[in-house]
Write a protein that binds this ligand. Structure first.
Ligand code: HPA
Length: 233
């Protein structure tokens, strides 16, 4: 069995998967951290791989950018391939002035400007949250490695380029730590299916300080985040 977006067969994908946005980062993780790697997907170049980390089976696959893209891939991973633990490893734009480039953010919750949760017809505002179990393990792994983390709410936005360049300041005033574009859908899909999800992010730019990293730095410098995520396998 395969899907319209994934040519893996049932059993090809581990119960735990790391999910970077960029498929080439998925390849980088497989090449640098996993042993006995087998590629399971190449549809749309959204590369996915399964291997082992410290003897445990783990997969890694790109999600693309934004809610619609991650929502499709994670729905299929959960419902067609039996994935139980989904860990997004991505980048974010910092909203608070005590945050520096390359700091790590663990998304305890995700707010959004998207209508993604309307499909569940809840009659209210759904608060998307991480799996506490994964969150606790990730925080502990970071503390043991001496890696500083910011734990809190992120904004999953449908827009990278905003019409109003100051619109982020209202979210920042609510204590939101950073912007990214996928976590709300990941957490909602996982919650609806009763599986576990967590997002770990590296600060790639700061809206407060107007700083950013280069694409090369982004590709190579996310070691801390990946090592924490792999401890969750
Ligand atoms: N906004 C949305 N997504 C992002 C950003 C941002 O500023 N930085 C990295 N991913």
């Amino acid at each position: 069995m395969s899907t319209a977006h994934n040519n893996a067969k049932k059993g090809d994908i581990a119960e735990t998967i790391l999910l970077p946005g960029d498929p080439l980062r998925a390849k980088f993780i497989a090449d640098n951290y996993l042993k006995d790697v087998v590629q399971f997907n190449d549809v749309r170049n959204m590369f996915g791989y399964t291997g082992t980390y410290k003897g445990k089976k783990v997969s890694v696959m790109g999600t693309g950018m934004g809610i619609p893209s991650i929502a499709i891939y994670t729905y299929e991973l959960i419902h067609f391939y039996g994935v139980k633990n989904l860990i997004r490893v991505g980048s974010c734009g910092a909203y608070q002035d005590d945050m520096n480039l390359y700091d790590l953010v663990i998304a305890m919750g995700a707010s959004t400007d998207s209508n993604y949760a309307n499909q569940f017809d809840l009659g209210g505002t759904y608060s998307a949250t991480a799996s506490y179990n994964l969150l606790e393990k990730a925080k502990k792994a970071a503390d043991e490695k001496g890696i500083k983390t910011h734990v809190g709410n992120v904004l999953t936005s449908d827009t990278f380029y905003q019409n109003d360049p100051d619109s982020w300041k209202k979210w920042a005033s609510m204590g939101v730590l950073a912007a990214e574009m996928e976590t709300y859908a990941l957490y909602a899909n996982a919650a609806k299916a009763g599986v576990n999800a967590l997002t770990i992010l590296t600060v790639s730019d700061s809206l407060v300080k107007n700083e950013e990293t280069s694409p090369e730095e982004r590709q190579e410098s996310f070691t801390n985040m990946m090592e924490i995520a792999l401890e969750l396998a």
